[in-house]
Write a protein that binds this ligand. Structure first.
Ligand SMILES: C[S@@+](CC[C@H](N)C(=O)[O-])C[C@H]1O[C@@H](n2cnc3c(N)ncnc32)[C@H](O)[C@@H]1O
Length: 202
């Protein structure tokens, strides 16, 4: 059942990838990325992971703002990874891998920050993803989660969608998911409309 939904998502994003950076989506997503950067704090020579990185726009932006940053992008869709590699503006500083966020192909305590923008809504097992984030973050690291927020009474409800279903989370549900994985919620910030940034500390 889950593997069926996962493969639907992969196909959906594979098809979208070549046109993902068209005007409508790029204006909206890039406005969110820009606002997110106002809240990002990183140490010198940071190592970061962008989960569900899509075409790699956020990592390009982060690498421009933090000239010593090394970034890894992970995405389920091979085509998204292909686009991200084509659009990489920072050479060897940014690397892209195809994979599932539920099983991150990285060793323990590798990253100073993990990002997930407009992607968490697609994750089939959000609690497992939180555990993975906690595992790969350094003890001083932060997780920046950006997604549409909903009211608590409809938080986490399954919404059928042809990409294999969606789930949106409230402030409270995000805090609970983080807590259960050992991540402490530091703050919430609305970035654009209902797009909510939640910052967690490892
Ligand atoms: C709407 S796009 C957002 C892309 C990018 N983060 C941005 O801000 O533009 C959602 C991305 O999440 C990826 N994704 C969905 N489920 C995933 C999973 N389980 N593991 C890895 N990537 C996933 C999709 O392939 C897609 O590229």
């Amino acid at each position: 059942m889950n593997s069926d939904r996962l493969s639907k998502k992969e196909k959906f994003f594979d098809r979208w990838a070549p046109n993902y950076d068209c005007l409508l989506t790029t204006v909206f997503y890039q406005a969110i990325h820009k606002r997110l950067l106002e809240y990002v704090e990183l140490p010198e020579q940071p190592k970061v992971l962008d989960m569900g990185c899509g075409t790699g726009r956020l990592l390009n932006r982060l690498a421009t703002s933090f000239p010593t940053l090394q970034g890894n992008g992970l995405d389920l869709s091979r085509e998204m990874i292909h686009q991200a590699q084509q659009c990489n503006q920072h050479g060897v500083r940014l690397t892209y891998t195809q994979g599932n966020v539920e099983s991150l192909p990285f060793a323990e305590e590798q990253f100073d920050a993990v990002f997930s923008t407009i992607s968490f809504l697609h994750y089939l097992n959000p609690q497992q993803v939180m555990l993975e984030v906690k595992r790969v973050l350094r003890s001083s690291g932060c997780f920046y989660l950006v997604d549409t927020a909903v009211r608590d009474d409809i938080s986490g409800n399954y919404i059928p969608f042809f990409s294999g279903g969606l789930r949106f989370y409230s402030h409270q549900r995000r805090e609970q998911l983080g807590r259960a994985a050992g991540l402490e919620c530091l703050s919430h910030h609305y970035l654009l409309g209902s797009a909510l940034l939640t910052i967690f500390a490892a």
